[in-house]
Design a protein around this ligand. Structure first.
Ligand SMILES: [Zn+2]
Length: 261
């Protein structure tokens, strides 16, 4: 298996994985979507809320704010030494108190751990008018998307690498059809100039009947795209998902060895 990083920034990564199978890519995708522990606000105690929004609506918004955190410091409540009571190893408190008129941002929340803060401080929580106020204490805890999508680590998907084939005996017809590509990705000499932008929509082959131009995906070469929505870096999410897959295979190996004895 070979991996090439096509593009990468703080929030997303695109990988070109070759000599692989869709089964492997899909396993990785499912682990990333469901099994990666993430920190998100779970409960909110309102001391005051005279804003235009109900407590429940604000609590829902707070749960969806991505939080930056070093996940090595935190565990789920079930796995914690406090046995689910809640302590500094399994939860973080945020407090916020503001009076209008003002806009309340995610960065206005102060946490009990200075290393834990909203990934994007400029997320708007609410707008307060003159005379309105909000005051709450929120508790964030570790969870996975199996319980609620607010704990989903990333939006993740993949597609096959495109393979373009042209009938060389019918070049004149083929040249007319490449204009059908909505992204104008096919060059005059029938190359795909940015294969990672091709979504295999099939417009080029649909415009050219009888197989003059065909476009197919290569299932052994996969373009894997991940966008973090939880405040963790994309590379940490991939590392964590590979660790999970490895540990599950280890468990299977152990169980198999026991039974085979
Ligand atoms: Zn605890």
């Amino acid at each position: 298996m070979k991996v090439k990083v096509v593009s990468k920034d703080d929030r997303s990564v695109k990988l070109d994985i070759s000599e692989t199978t869709p089964v492997f890519a899909n396993s990785l995708r499912r682990v990333i979507m469901q099994k990666i522990p993430v920190l998100a606000i779970e409960t909110v105690d309102f001391i005051d809320n005279t804003s235009a929004l109900y407590d429940e609506v604000i609590a829902h918004r707070l749960g969806l704010i991505p939080i930056s955190v070093d996940m090595k410091k935190y565990v789920t409540k079930d796995a914690c030494k406090c046995k689910g009571k809640g302590c500094s190893s399994c939860q973080v408190k945020f407090v916020l108190s503001k009076k209008g008129p003002c806009v309340v941002y995610a960065k206005d929340m102060k946490s009990t751990d200075p290393g834990v803060k909203p990934f994007d401080g400029d997320v708007v929580i609410i707008k307060l008018l003159k005379g309105q106020a909000i005051d709450f204490e929120a508790t964030a805890q570790v969870g996975t998307a199996e319980d609620h999508t607010k704990w989903q680590s990333a939006i993740v998907g993949y597609n096959y690498y495109p393979i373009l084939k042209v009938d060389k005996k019918r070049i004149a017809e083929a040249k007319k059809c490449i204009a059908a590509c909505p992204r104008k990705l096919i060059t005059k000499d029938f190359k795909i100039k940015d294969p990672y932008m091709c979504h295999l929509c099939g417009s080029c082959s649909a415009a050219c009947p009888d197989g003059v131009v065909t476009i197919d995906g290569d299932p052994s070469r996969i373009v894997f795209t991940l966008e973090s929505v939880c405040g963790l870096r994309p590379e940490d999410i991939i590392r964590s998902s590979l660790g999970f897959l490895k540990s599950r295979i280890g468990e299977l190996e152990e169980a198999f060895i026991k039974t085979a004895k």
